[in-house]
Design a protein around this ligand. Sequence first.
Ligand SMILES: NC(=O)c1ccc[n+]([C@@H]2O[C@H](COP(=O)([O-])OP(=O)(O)OC[C@H]3O[C@@H](n4cnc5c(N)ncnc54)[C@H](OP(=O)(O)O)[C@@H]3O)[C@@H](O)[C@H]2O)c1
Length: 363
Amino acid sequence: MQSILQNGGFLLGNTYKTAWYKCCSSFSMMMKAVCVEKPGRPENLLLHSIPRPEPKDGEVLIKVHATALNRADLLQRRGLYPAPPGESDIIGLEVAGTVETLGPGVSCSWKPDDRAMALLCGGGYAEYVAVPEKLLMPVPTHLTLSQAAAIPEAWLTAFQLLVFIAQVKAGEVVLAHAGASGVGTAAVQLARLFGAVPIVTAGSPEKLKMAEDLGAAAGFNYKEESFAQRVHDFTGGKGANVILDCIGGQNWEQNVSCLAVDGRWVLYGTMGGRTVEGDLLGKLLSKRGHLLASLLRSRSHQYKADLVKAFTHRVLPQFSNQMGSLMPVIDSVFNLEDIAEAHRHMEANKNMGKIVVNLMPQI
Ligand SMILES: NC(=O)c1ccc[n+]([C@@H]2O[C@H](COP(=O)([O-])OP(=O)(O)OC[C@H]3O[C@@H](n4cnc5c(N)ncnc54)[C@H](OP(=O)(O)O)[C@@H]3O)[C@@H](O)[C@H]2O)c1
């Protein structure tokens, strides 16, 4: 607690903390939010009291019960991934909570106290966030709001990559790197749902085991062996039809080597470097490969609304409490006061699945 309050203009220690919360609660239009005054280390995440957002035309104000971390949050904290123009500069790409109020022009499909989860351009690390109505999704009935907060960004990304970008077909082999990441755990389950054959890379036996438990047909430890060779062995030399690549530079040679002829290599992150040296184009051409790149946050509201609609229709009903249904994978749950610790946990690559941050006691 101390680390996020120090330098933030707030008083330190429990006595003062209580006084501060009492003081702020008397200003009902204020809210707690995590702010970054100076880009840098996790300690620079500071809890502040700031004005609550007002829902604009077509927006719904959500009372946030839980949010979840994404890799992009770490970059934004360091000043390397600023919010798109006009969007909240508070970190946080997803939330689950309850509808507080409706802005002007919102349709009748939402009402106060409805449970909702949402994809955001930013603003998730706060007690309230205003969200375009079309980016809201109902929370599956058997999930808690804490579990639901782990769905929007990772699952919509994985769905977008597989369906909108790669146009995956039943029977195709999908190689997903970082198979135990938030996006990876969703991609494995979705590939299975669409009748494809997911295989993964990850950096530890525990992570590979978890991906296999979720439905991966095989997993390769990229730290110990050539994943390209293992993909060749697994596919009888044909290669992977789709590669979901959030690593980039360090893997390019193995990726193009194990891509099937006419395969789709979808770049959506560069955790392993942004530069490439060598005969990438020649090797890609000989495979007639498609190199596709995608970012979700910078897409238009209409694109995201179409994605949310397709996901809600096609995937959301599959989150049931039946055996074999989809499930958000949660690595750990932190309180908002411990946000710096949550960032350190992700930065150390310790998480398997999503890191959730609760803003309210979960019931
Ligand atoms: N384009 C988009 O729209 C979009 C949207 C969402 C997320 N993303 C990207 O998707 C990726 C996953 O995000 P997330 O939030 O799900 O991540 P996450 O849960 O934090 O998992 C990331 C995992 O990637 C692995 N990793 C890190 N550096 C690596 C490297 N150099 N080589 C190989 N593996 C490495 C680590 O697992 P191991 O122990 O297995 O190495 C790490 O735990 C990130 O790159 C993120 O930026 C992109």
